[in-house]
Design a protein around this ligand. Structure first.
Ligand code: G
Ligand code: MN
Length: 309
């Protein structure tokens, strides 16, 4: 800075950017930060009314039981349709956190996903459940469980049709505070998945007394399966752990056929990733299911009678 005001302003900008990157770090000011902050500020103002303007949509990525070619669930992912732009949660959720808007968006997503699931059920589309990503910050709010229960009542869907995905690392960081809430969800019948599993340093003893239903293997392991024997060993142990604890195991971020084969050979059959499909709109997903001859699966009312028809 040429003078004190300038120096202070730039230090302030660097501090804001450092905070956005998670805080607790040292950053040297760069002119590009000024631009970035101005852009973020614009986004943040537009974000305030995103729900009122119906600009938020959910895309769905199928999770497939590859043994029987059936969909065991879909993961709902938020997209902000901003004019011709499509923004992913990574771009806007951090900006929504200051105002608590991320909580409202998360609760909207739960309700929207269940309404869609209801429409699918009425239309005979064989999708038994939906999962929604939520943050541990949000989990600590009493509003989350209430919102989920209201959405379940309104759509008359069984609680087990809803899975909440929490990243392993966030859960483990705050495990003692999170445990009671997880049990409340469990009591309500809602399913819980640990996302990005394998990088979050779970203590195995916690896992045995934690009411989780599903482990989703972090995609960093999946992408290195072929070349790195160490990663393969990690994945094999995660799958064994899930088996021992009677948990569902999902391999995510599957992009190549070889990855699919390796995961299957290791005993992981429920898979998700670009190899099968990118996240897509509800209508696109329905078309995709028809084109790929997806079968009705376990837990689906028409099972046995409609299969193959
Ligand atoms: O952290 P979580 O697993 O919820 O992240 C889901 C994100 O991963 C979505 O944004 C989705 O678009 C992305 N994704 C889904 N499948 C794949 C894949 O096969 N490869 C990669 N690189 N990303 C994927
Ligand atoms: Mn997820």
């Amino acid at each position: 800075g040429r003078n004190f005001e300038m120096l202070l302003a730039k230090a302030d900008v660097a501090m804001s950017v450092a905070r956005q990157q998670g805080g607790n770090r040292l950053l040297v000011y760069d002119d590009a930060y000024g631009e970035q902050l101005r852009g973020d500020f614009e986004l943040q103002s537009a974000l305030a009314t995103v729900l009122d303007r119906n600009e938020l949509v959910l895309h769905y990525q199928p999770i497939i039981d590859t043994r029987y070619n059936r969909v065991v669930g879909v993961e709902a992912l938020m997209r902000w349709m901003r004019g011709s732009q499509m923004l992913s949660p990574g771009k806007f959720i951090p900006l929504a956190e200051d105002s608590g808007l991320d909580f409202r968006m998360g609760e909207w997503a739960i309700s929207e996903a269940l309404q869609q699931l209801r429409r699918w059920q009425l239309a005979g589309v064989p999708i038994p459940g939906v999962s929604v990503n939520v943050s541990v910050r949000h989990l600590r709010q009493p509003t989350l469980l209430r919102a989920a229960q209201q959405a379940l009542e309104a759509t008359e869907m069984p609680a087990s049709a809803l899975t909440l995905e929490l990243t392993e690392i966030d859960v483990m960081r705050d495990i003692e505070n999170v445990l009671p809430t997880l049990w409340e969800l469990k009591k309500a019948g809602i399913r819980i998945a640990l996302d990005d599993f394998g990088s979050g340093f779970s203590s195995v003893s916690y896992l045995t007394r934690m009411p989780v239903d599903t482990l989703k293997i972090d995609r960093v392991f999946v992408s290195e399966l072929e070349n790195d024997i160490g990663q393969l060993k990690v994945v094999r142990s995660i799958i064994a752990l899930a088996g021992a604890l009677d948990l569902q195991i999902i391999g995510e971020g599957v992009e190549r056929t070889e990855e699919m084969h390796m995961l299957q050979k290791l005993g992981c059959q429920d898979l998700q990733g670009y190899l099968f499909s990118k996240p897509m709109t509800a209508a696109q997903l329905e078309r995709w299911m028809t084109e790929n001859h997806i079968m009705p699966g376990r837990g689906w009312p028409g099972e046995g009678t409609t299969a193959g028809s």
